[in-house]
Design a protein around this ligand. Sequence first.
Ligand SMILES: [Zn+2]
Length: 156
Amino acid sequence: MVTSPDGYVIWASNIKAAMIREADSTYPYETGGILLGRHYPGLLHVTHMIGPGPGARHYKTSFIPDRDWQYEQIDALHHQLSGSLNYLGDWHTHPQGSLSPSETDLDLLEAIAATPESRCPTPIMCILAGTGSGNWSETVIHYGVEQTSTWEGTTN
Ligand SMILES: [Zn+2]
């Protein structure tokens, strides 16, 4: 993983596999979720991923998460881990699309950074672009920090 000094992102080993499973399961429609973990100075450790939820709606170039379900999952994790988790950002897929964030993506990232309640001034957005069956490339945009990483290719 290529990183910039100020934007070091470490992923727990099961996270990317879980995102790819979710991405494959809704392909060719878009999906995504929430990234949680620990926020240290100059370092993000992504330890948990929350999926779209059973009531999510998936479309070709957008999706609407099941927010109630997602908040329940976050609450449960907070209880389980004694509130030590931070919200770190979001992830979503671009089925048959590019790794570049859309205008909407960049607006969302800016809105998260600007919202005090999110307690995440430098959120990350992970985009998986690809054609399903494990064929996904990934980019991570770290708001306020240089781009942190990109990989391309087959993941299985
Ligand atoms: Zn997008």
